[in-house]
Design a protein around this ligand. Structure first.
Ligand code: B1M
Length: 208
């Protein structure tokens, strides 16, 4: 009998070795892959997200939880396709052109992965054309991060480039320390999230 509660607790506690061992045991014991993903890994990351929102967890705790989840996912991922488990949606994320800050962007990417999304991480200093290419490659949502007031206008440039390229159906979510809901409204971004955990809720709202 797979201990998925222990698996989810190993994620919350950032215990990478335990998470790897428990995923392998669950697979060996014949537990369904989607149950291991949903009731083990995603359930654990949901708790991490809640604790982060409530200031019970800070960046280091989230990073070690995400590290445990990534290690467990490495074991589970090859089995997901075999079992026909589909990701929630394919999304792209990147820090906009001219901006090199990636700690927050990485946290958002990790939480989205933890939420069951297939995340294409385009990195930092990303040209608008790369976001457009990702949209054309099937990403239903483009996630833009900016930490500088001087690079925030790049978000509007990306939205214009998506429109110009005929990707009107692609949703755009923005975030980063200087970014606000007011700014999202001004540039017609469909979504804004103030932190990594809220970004998962908003992404689900936008594309699921
Ligand atoms: Co820079 N930096 N920095 N910096 N840096 C800030 C942002 C700054 C506020 C510091 C300050 O002056 N007080 C300031 C910006 C001022 C402004 O524009 N208003 C600043 C500056 C000026 C600069 C340089 C210009 C400095 C210089 O060279 N003169 C330069 C710019 C380089 C460039 O990008 N072209 C620069 C460089 C750097 C480092 C390279 C040294 C380093 C980045 C390392 C890295 O990222 N790998 C760095 C750092 C670390 C910071 C601070 C100290 C910390 C940023 C951070 O990682 N926070 C920052 C000051 C501060 O914020 N206290 C500062 C932790 C992270 C978890 O939070 O990124 O906000 P954050 O992400 C949050 C939310 O915002 C949200 O979720 C995350 C988790 O909850 N979120 C999203 C983020 N993206 C999201 C996307 C979403 C949704 C939510 O949807 C898509």
């Amino acid at each position: 009998m797979a201990d998925l509660k222990a698996l989810s607790e190993s994620i919350i506690g950032g215990k990478k070795d335990d998470a790897e061992k428990l995923v392998q045991e669950a697979l060996d014991g014949g537990a369904p892959v989607d149950k291991i993903l949903n009731d083990g890994l995603i359930a654990g990351m949901q708790v991490v997200g809640e604790k982060f929102k409530n200031n019970e967890f800070y960046v280091p705790e989230v990073l070690i939880a995400a590290r445990a989840m990534n290690a467990a996912m490495t074991i589970l991922e090859p089995k997901l396709a075999d079992a026909g488990v589909q990701p929630v949606a394919k999304v792209a994320i990147g820090t906009v052109k001219g901006d090199l800050h990636d700690i927050g962007k990485n946290l958002v990417a990790m939480m989205l992965k933890g939420g069951g999304f297939n995340v294409v991480d385009l990195g930092i200093d990303v040209d608008p054309e790369k976001f457009v290419a990702a949209a054309k490659d099937g990403c239903k949502l483009v996630c833009l991060s900016a930490l500088l007031t001087t690079t925030m206008p790049q978000m509007e440039t990306v939205i214009a480039a998506l429109k110009e390229a005929g990707c009107e159906d692609t949703r755009v979510m923005i975030g980063g320390a200087p970014v606000t809901q007011k700014y999202a409204d001004e540039i017609s971004a469909q979504g804004y999230a103030p932190d990594a955990a809220s970004a998962v809720d908003k992404a689900k709202e936008l594309v699921v």
